[in-house]
Design a protein around this ligand. Sequence first.
Ligand SMILES: [Zn+2]
Length: 181
Amino acid sequence: MNLFSLSNRRPRLKRAFLAVLAAGGLVLGTALPAQATYYSGGFGTGLLNINNYSYNTTYQPAMNLAVANWNATPTPADIQKIGGGNVVAAGANSASWYGYYTRYSTSFRIDLNATKISSSCSNASNCITAVLVHEFGHAFYNADQPPVCSSCSIMREDRDRNSTIMRSPRTYDINETNNYL
Ligand SMILES: [Zn+2]
């Protein structure tokens, strides 16, 4: 289903507005998932083969926990550190983001910003896990800022990245992922 198949001559904002209206209509009419939280840059499968990264004693277990927490969900999520072209990396960066997901034609890359995490997080360990679990969420078609409370989705920008509960996909995220995969 392509909600953006309306005429390209329409102004961008109007087209987006119509898409929202169309999504609302579909929810009412057929009980399909709310398309407002769908991110089109997902990877295509729950199986994510990533590089076998190796970092320090803060990053390594925190990153591994993000992998484990997704794999423990009742979804098709199956993240394996066995290579395969997809990259998960951490490094210093002057940008304002904590983490960044980039989709390429046949692969994806996730970067964690150690500079931002160090300067903005009170609990680095929880924050690293919260950021990485969020970025994997994009690979599973979850968009930023779903219309739920700040602690109700790992995809909320205003969630508390230092809290324990935000290290794992929430019920909302699990349901959305199962809608998309
Ligand atoms: Zn995001």
